[in-house]
Design a protein around this ligand. Structure first.
Ligand code: DWN
Length: 427
């Protein structure tokens, strides 16, 4: 049974061995309690008694230092009906263009090449490759999002990427010059099956590019709110290089990027493919060793840092509320739900959250059940403070909310440490 006696036990199972190296030597890192699914937004006004909750705990494999959740939630439950659509922000538009340029320039991908993206959402990233006259194919299990992408001209299979689906794609479309996976590889439990699918589908001179949150950034920047049930794995370059080497593939190149709190774009080829391994790969692996990748203390230190932030944020919000200040959430990202539920912040602290995603507006947040409103509602009911749940877009948001700041509004930026931003301190 889920923690509330709900018959959702079949939805989650506890892992045994490491999905990357097979070890069972785990170090407990942090437990964030039993929490609902971070994108499990609920209809307003309904009873929330049967909202399922699952353990949210992170362990570190002493074999390869993969950071992993202890519990895997059924991907069909997580992704078949999915609320998250790629943010239409300027930040992400610029980023997706840069990803296309990096792939095409670094690996000389000619026009007319087949580009396949797993977890392609509503097709915005593939549209950038279409602009460069590539043949594109999306693969995403979220049926509604796949239909939207296809309607917009980005043909998308409503499926999970797997060795089986990769074989079908190769039969119908031929081998792929580029297989892309942005913020999806860390969401997948059976990554060995993905590697087998890539080996089948990828041309001998092709490249497999995955963008994943960078575990070293998460540890060093205290980004514990990015821990939620969709994110099964938190990768270092060293972990990925060892994993792919076990599966007939080779890490060729890595680009360290700022999006989503710090991500790595990792380029992978066939073990015996024509592409050299660039020095940056070993340089990042050595940097991870120096940062204490293989030391238990690295991970126990993270747990302490999480506790310090939880205490500091709840204290700051409590003080502001005691002064009668009105606070709302800015953005309703998945990570915001981890932050709120693990810090015990909810209705008593936040009047509402605003979010640009229409699918989220009118619903309530999972766990805290704080109502999600449109940005225009936020302008009409202007709070004294916004808790910036979408802190990874802070620069763009501070620019967009200049008027709010100039009128005396303030943002609480929770990560890496809670701080208040005013008109004069907004970067
Ligand atoms: O891995 C994942 C990451 C990449 O995206 C997925 N598992 C789920 C999702 O995580 P997230 O929900 O934390 O992603 P975002 O893109 O950080 O979410 C930002 C949220 O904030 C969106 O719901 C849009 C909203 N937003 C807003 O209301 N006003 C965003 C901006 C820029 C704004 O100005």
């Amino acid at each position: 049974m889920g923690s509330n006696g709900n018959s959702t036990e079949s939805w989650a199972r506890r892992i045994r061995e490491c999905r990357a190296c097979g070890s069972t030597d785990w170090q407990n890192v942090v437990s964030l309690g039993e929490v609902p699914l971070a994108n499990g937004f609920l209809e307003q006004g309904h009873s929330y008694d049967d909202e399922p909750r699952f353990p949210l705990e992170v362990v570190s494999c002493r074999g390869c230092r993969l950071l992993s959740l202890t519990h895997v939630v059924d991907p069909a439950v997580l992704f078949r009906e999915y609320l998250y659509v790629t943010s239409p922000s300027e930040t992400m538009k610029r980023h997706m263009r840069r990803v296309a340029d990096l792939c095409e320039e670094r690996f000389g991908i000619p026009a007319g090449s087949l580009v396949v993206e797993m977890g392609s959402n509503t097709g915005e990233q593939l549209a950038a490759f279409q602009e460069d006259r590539m043949r594109v194919l999306g693969v995403d299990p979220a049926r509604d999002l796949a239909a939207v992408a296809t309607e917009h001209g980005v043909r998308t299979l409503p499926e999970f990427f797997s060795a089986t689906s990769a074989g079908h794609i190769r039969e119908e479309h031929g081998p792929a010059r580029l297989i892309l996976g942005r913020h999806v590889f860390a969401h997948i439990d059976d990554i060995a099956d993905v590697a087998a699918g890539v080996r089948q589908l990828l041309r001998s001179d092709g490249v497999f590019a995955i963008e994943v949150p960078y575990a070293l950034d998460m540890l060093e920047r205290n980004e514990f709110d990015t821990i939620y049930h969709e994110h099964l794995s938190y990768f270092m370059v060293d972990t990925l290089a060892a994993f792919f080497a076990r599966h007939g593939l080779r890490v060729l190149d890595v680009e360290h990027l700022g999006v989503h709190g710090g991500s790595i774009l990792v380029f992978v080829g066939h073990q015996d493919g024509p592409w050299p391994t660039r020095p940056v790969v070993d340089q990042m692996r050595e940097k991870e060793q120096r940062a204490g990748l293989h030391d238990d203390s690295t991970y126990s230190g993270f747990a302490c840092s999480v506790e310090e932030t939880r205490e500091a944020l709840t204290r700051l919000v409590g003080e502001l509320r005691a002064e009668g200040r009105r606070i709302a959430g800015y953005g309703a990202p998945a990570k915001g739900n981890t932050l709120l539920t693990t810090c015990g912040l909810g209705h008593g602290q936040l009047e509402f959250c605003t979010d640009t995603t229409e699918l989220k507006q009118g619903k309530v947040l999972p766990g805290t059940h704080v109502p999600v409103r449109s940005p225009s509602y936020g302008k009409e009911h202007r709070p004294d403070y916004y808790l910036l749940l979408a802190w990874n877009y802070s620069e763009e948001i501070f620019r967009k909310e200049r008027d709010y700041l100039e009128a005396g509004g303030r943002f609480i930026v929770p990560i890496p440490r809670p701080r208040v931003v005013t008109a004069s301190s907004a970067n």
